[in-house]
Design a binder for this molecule. Sequence first.
Ligand code: CDP
Length: 239
Amino acid sequence: MTKETMNKVPDIIIAIDGYSATGKSTLAKLIAKEFGFTYLDSGAMYRAVTLFAMEQGFVPKGEGKIDEKALQDALDKGFDISFGEGNKAFTGDRCIESEIRSMEVSSHVSPVAALPFVRAFVDDKLHAWGRRGRVVMDGRDIGTAVFPEAQLKLFVTASDEVRAQRRYDELLSKGQETPMADVMANLKERDYIDSHRETNPLRQAADAFVLDNSDMNLHEELVWVKGLVMGLFRIYEGV
Ligand code: CDP
């Protein structure tokens, strides 16, 4: 997209929701780069809170209940999350990007993210960042609950096999060899918890455009999104 065309894209919020490992964040980063928008990864925030809760001992290693009171008190006192170069997650000056993507965090994140006070904590930060506009944000409830007024909403899906393979490859590329069956089980478990929790469950917004990217490459996805943006805002390239 030329700079001139890019400048014609108004100060909108683009909300991208969908199931685990559908490639939402990869697409969101690409859109952000293409339009000169800021990318916000809400999943990284839930993952960061989960890592913190695990390290503080509020989340038991095996089975057992989350110490909700202790976690809430700790969040009330303040927990610092920020994003640095390349969208890497930080708490204070400690980079936690690779730890929050581990299978251990993945296996605890959905029950933590189902807690209403955790959602309120994350939503506050998302609202503060999103208010500036020119933002693309991905998650589970962005178009339905966090920014229902978002001007463009996408709901991304892909087959279970494609999603599991993508996540398996991603973990492997980081040196985390994980049995495929464990990867698949984790995705399904999170999908279930995320779509059945009481507070702001994963849902397709009524006004979202659905993108099934099972058989698409990233370039094709971006062309599809650009077409939508240009059509919605009557922006014509090369005219
Ligand atoms: O990358 P992946 O699709 O595996 O997940 P993620 O976007 O990093 O999100 C991790 C987890 O955070 C999800 O499984 C949800 O439990 C939670 N989450 C949420 O509840 N609401 C959001 N807006 C984003 C993530």
